[in-house]
Design a protein around this ligand. Sequence first.
Ligand code: SF4
Ligand code: SF4
Length: 386
Amino acid sequence: MSESASVCVLDDVAWQEVTAATMGAAAPCFQCGVCTAVCPWGLVQKEPVSIRRLIRMAQLRVDGWGEAIWLCTTCGLCEARCPRGVPVSEIILALRRLAWERRAAPKGLPTMLWAIHWDGNPWDQPPSQRQAWAKGLDLKPFAVGDDLLLYVGCTAAYDRRSQRIARSLVTLLRSAGVSFGILPDEPCCGESVRMVGQEAYLAELVEGNARRFKEAGVRTLVTVSPHCLDMFRTQYPSWDGFRPLHYTEYLAELLDGGRLSFARELPVTVTYHDPCYLGRRHGIYDPPRKLLAAIPGLTLVELPSSREDALCCGGGGGRMWLETHAGERFADLRVREAQGTGAEWLVTSCPFCILCLEDSAKVLGSEQLKVVDVTELAVRALGDGR
Ligand code: SF4
Ligand code: SF4
């Protein structure tokens, strides 16, 4: 069916396409509207995006969902609250796949995909610069027998701000005596490809990458970004011993094992922003807090919305590659929440969150509030002159 004003016209092709794409995932929805009520877009736009209506259209296999499907950050807040367990963001990704088939994807996304195809990263940077983040660190290629493969990911490899996170993580791993290596020609995990709905290309990327990791003998793989972690945990095939971890989980294991400790006191008050892809997606709430709690002198105050209820920064779901207008950035709200806690540092553990929150802190003139990654704080607390 297609919809014109209040009249719906039957359209068998659309019916079949939406049926095939969503595979009945919207069926359990009973239209309570909780998803629309909790969606952060309702906090930044006069007219909230009616997620309930989108789900109803998917349920009825009705066409005509328009621009709304590109707004979703796949933060998962609606799914966490939905009484019927409807996988809202998966339905939205399915509708994005259909939009590509109909050549209705927003401007800018094809360019990003071509950048991954030709250069292996969505930042449109040359492959020759993939290891620029590690300049002077004397890292070695991963070898069988190493404790882990450090998977840096495109953002921490190319974005200058995020490179500091990867470098801090290297310092922490070395401080704990971990043997690790990198892939000198590290491939893109494909997260941005999945988020914009290019499923066929994604399958090709995942298959090739998984083969490479497996042939290289990778077992424990530690990511900088929760988005890469989500890819390795949910989209890649598993093989014997394959254990993808976020760095906060691995560092927390090192703390528990007595291999990592913080000797230097940091008498600061911090608050912690839970990245959606670490928290709601994978339930990783305690490891970052455990790391913060292990820093002597540090005081953690929680944000008004945290853990399962945390407000999204706005950078997920492919939104990094789309324009978000001033006044519509979730990160502005998050920075204001952080200011209200009285914390001096807003800490998080995701490169996308860092970029969004730091931008908002600058725009809001919030110089007193520093935005940092857990690794950056932890390195300061090592107490060996850094
Ligand atoms: S919260 Fe769940 S059941 Fe309620 S309208 Fe949204 S998708 Fe449907
Ligand atoms: S996943 Fe987040 S952004 Fe997307 S519809 Fe749900 S609450 Fe809104």
